[in-house]
Design a binder for this molecule. Structure first.
Ligand SMILES: *Cc1c(COP(=O)(O)O)cnc(C)c1O
Length: 223
């Protein structure tokens, strides 16, 4: 199967309303162009410097998503063009994104990342931390970011039952934030969950945005 065939097959399998971010990290621009040629425009990377190196080499109508753990001193590399940052896990980071967005005269859409997996190594907020942040005066002052939804990664396990429970937990966090904070905000609408191995389960549990890499581009030699 070619990259184009993989992409089209996965895209066609998604229900209406579920968007695909094609995760192109580690893959060369030629591979991204093969996917682009199918008409696909939404791509995701997890390293700011890799993304900022690839972006100028590729068509300007690509919608770039950032999905990796973000260091505050790297935000400047992508603030001028990034469409959606999936991985916001602190007020500090949100403040830096806001500042860099202002410099670029933009509003950057962000997702709050939640910790749902068993592994301690995965990043993310707890629901209480997120609500405390949202209600803070510091957050109220941020005018160049908007919160478009939430993101999470399930545990890396063969146990589909566990993965399903974690996605269900993420969906219930979304529902709680919607109810307690974003009730009047239709722009809070995205649940980014699901990767190559678990996107089907994620879609069944309410994902609106899946991040699929290796099932499209093939295995990565590093990660
Ligand atoms: C790499 C990555 C993906 C895609 O993983 P695949 O298993 O290759 O589909 C999705 N989300 C995040 C946060 C990633 O870092």
């Amino acid at each position: 199967m070619t990259i184009a065939e993989n992409l089209i097959r996965i895209k066609n399998s998604l229900p209406a309303g579920v968007k695909l971010a094609a995760v192109s990290k580690t893959h060369p621009v030629e591979d991204i162009m093969e996917a682009y040629a199918t008409g696909h425009r939404c791509f995701a990377e997890n390293k700011a410097q890799e993304l900022s190196a690839k972006q100028p080499l590729l068509p300007s109508d690509i919608e770039w998503h950032f999905i990796g753990h973000m260091q505050t001193n790297k935000v400047k590399y992508i603030a001028g063009f990034v469409t959606l940052i999936h991985s916001v896990d602190s007020l500090k980071l949100l403040q830096v994104i806001d500042k860099e967005a202002l410099k670029n005269n933009r509003v950057i859409a962000c997702l709050l990342q939640f910790h749902i997996a068993e592994e301690e190594t995965k990043f993310g907020l707890s629901p209480d931390e997120a609500l405390e942040m949202l209600h803070s005066t510091a957050f109220a002052g941020l005018k160049n970011i908007r919160i478009a939804g939430i993101m999470g990664m399930a545990t890396f396990t063969e146990d589909t039952g566990q993965v399903r429970r974690e996605f269900r937990q993420l969906k219930s966090i979304f529902d709680r934030l919607k109810r307690e904070y974003f009730a009047e905000d239709p722009g809070f609408c995205e649940i980014s969950m699901g990767m190559s191995d678990d996107y089907r389960v994620a879609v069944e549990e309410g994902s609106t945005l899946v991040r699929v890499g290796s099932s499209i581009f093939g295995a990565r030699s590093y990660c």
